[in-house]
Structure formats: structure tokens, C-alpha cells
Design a protein around this ligand. Sequence first.
Ligand SMILES: [Zn+2]
Ligand SMILES: [Zn+2]
Length: 158
Amino acid sequence: MTALWHQQQKDIEAGNIKLKAFLQGLVSTVTKEVEEVRARGLDIEVKGHHCPTCKKHLLRKTKGKSGYFWGCRGYPDCKATFPNKGSKPDFNSKPKSTGQATDHACPECEKGKLVKRTGKSKKTKKSFNWYGCDQFPTCKARFFEKDGKPEIPDQEDA
Ligand SMILES: [Zn+2]
Ligand SMILES: [Zn+2]
């Protein structure tokens, strides 16, 4: 574009283009660019998609068993994943209840950590918290919440 303007300035000097026409061209060029940025949004500058969960890392497109999905590059600190929709992460889809990581170790597999999730009772229509193992589906441990903690039944020491 600079080269083009340079040529036009030369043209002005040569008296080929009237100054007014040049300025009008300049204005319409800038206006067009601004409109383009507006229309296309920030995609031009942001290469990649920021993770809306941790707001720190970019998302990475990964091929999973059931097709592509987007996972946070901050894994394992951030376990956010999003389904793929038209080669973009679908932020509008309900997250697969990403849950909130806790420091409670899973008493069943002793490998995983419990993740706090929110569910809704079909009976009472009230939402409640429960805890699931982050090794799911390998480990299917689930616990209800009691006093803000996972209600883990007492285990006999082996
Ligand atoms: Zn993240
Ligand atoms: Zn477990």
C-alpha cells in the first residue's frame, strides 16, 4: 500500500492526479480497512484462541477418539476442553461440566484427584455439588458433598 501511495505522490507531483482525488482515495482506503477490522474482529491479530477458563493459555486442536476437540495448552494445570465446530472451538456449547479441581485424592483408584461438579436433582430440581474422580472414565468414583467436602465413606485400613 505504501508503494501505491508513493506512486500516487509521484503522480501528484507530476500533476496527474488532483490532490483532492488523492485525499479521497486515502480516506476511502482507511475507511475500508477500519470496516474490515470491524467486520472480521480480532481474529486478525489474535492467532489462536485463548482459553476462557484460565485466560492464560491458548487452545490446541487435538484429535480425540470421537473427532477433533480443543484442549488448553495449560494442561494439566487447566483441563478445559471445548468441542470443535467448523474448525473453531465451540465456546457456546455447555462445557462437559469441567468441574473444579480439588486437593482431595480419590480413595478408590488412589491416582486421581476429585473434581467438584454441580448436578441437578431431577426430584427436587435443586442443584447440588458432587465429586467425581478426574480419572473418569477409568475410575468411576463419585461422592456427594457434605459440609463443603466430599463425603467419603470411612475405609478400613488394608
Ligand atoms: Zn486453560
Ligand atoms: Zn479415582
